[in-house]
Write a protein that binds this ligand. Structure first.
Ligand code: ZN
Length: 310
């Protein structure tokens, strides 16, 4: 274990716009007042992060300009698909290609750089997803949840959505066991999603969520809301002190709440009844823990390049 190895912070930009089903003319505060709260903390510690955006959100001119600003500050903009279908990996090849490509193109237009990293919605991946990423020269994919917990998590989520369209999308995945059998450390795959050596040419680096045991759940921010923050801060410290490979994933729901959106949209969203004040204090505590660990934070793209070179 190399305790000085850099780490990353990734933001899966599951916007409020997406959670509400992309309502017409919706002003999404997660891109504005919401993310400004995060930027304040990032600037305090001079940290650059990787932000995975939903392509469709960038159709809004103000959002597009915002994301462009973030890229100009040095944050990485990655691809989180065009419409965030929870069954991305199970769609037809043509639809998967479009979901990845449309978002790829709008990000390139926005930042003047081709995105290099991808995260599948709900970590729902497949060979077709991987082969499209390889075709578009992606360096890395962050869609692996190396734990028995993935089927548990999504079967539970499906139960919460019985009777809605979302139920079928949640259970529509082919990778139920793939995550469990994947390595916990970064590894390379070919277009058939088979593990290969890094010297091979057409390959993709997979950066799984950090986990110590496949019989427990990987660490990501939402765990704090599930198991409590005392547990989470300890768990985070343990990873920062012991794991060479570490990236912390968080979401807009971690820095926005019902206070940010008109009342008619309230109550739909998970974790939105917790106040902005409380969420900011959690965010500050987490960044304080990270800064105290003395591990350098770089973007996932930079981290991926180091793993590819090694
Ligand atoms: Zn997502």
């Amino acid at each position: 274990m190399n305790k000085t190895s850099p780490i990353s912070i990734s933001l899966n930009f599951d916007s409020i716009n997406e959670s509400l089903g992309f309502p017409n003319n919706f002003y999404d505060p997660s891109y504005f007042a919401g993310f400004d709260r995060v930027i304040k903390i990032l600037n305090k510690y001079n940290i650059k992060i990787s932000i995975f955006v939903i392509g469709k959100d960038l159709k809004n001119k103000e959002v597009f300009a915002r994301v462009r600003d973030w890229a100009s500050y040095g944050h990485e903009i990655g691809n989180h698909s065009w419409s965030h279908f929870h069954n991305l990996g199970s769609l037809k090849k043509n639809d998967i290609d479009n979901e990845i490509l449309r978002s790829h193109e709008i990000i390139e237009k926005c930042t003047n750089k081709e995105p290099e990293g991808f995260i599948a919605p709900s970590w729902n991946t497949s060979k077709k997803v991987v082969s499209k990423l390889i075709e578009l020269n992606y360096s890395y994919d962050h869609s692996i949840f190396p734990s028995f917990g993935l089927p548990v998590l999504y079967l539970k989520d499906a139960l919460n959505h019985i009777g809605s369209k979302r139920f079928f999308r949640i259970i529509d995945r082919k990778d139920w066991m793939y995550h469990f059998f994947s390595p916990k450390k970064p590894f390379f795959v070919d277009s058939y999603m088979k593990k290969i050596e890094k010297k091979e040419k057409k390959k993709l680096l997979i950066m799984p969520l950090p986990n110590n045991s496949k019989f427990f759940i990987p660490i990501w921010y939402t765990l704090g809301f599930i198991f409590g923050w005392k547990f989470f801060y300890n768990y985070l410290n343990k990873f920062l002190n012991n794991n060479e490979y570490f990236y912390l994933l968080f979401h807009p729901a971690d820095f926005t709440s019902n206070e940010d959106i008109p009342k008619k949209y309230n109550n739909y969203l998970q974790r939105f009844n917790i106040s902005v004040e409380k969420k900011i204090s959690i965010l500050e505590k987490i960044f304080l823990i990270i800064s105290k660990s003395k591990r350098k934070c770089v973007t996932m793209k930079e981290l991926a390049r180091q793993y590819i070179k090694k």
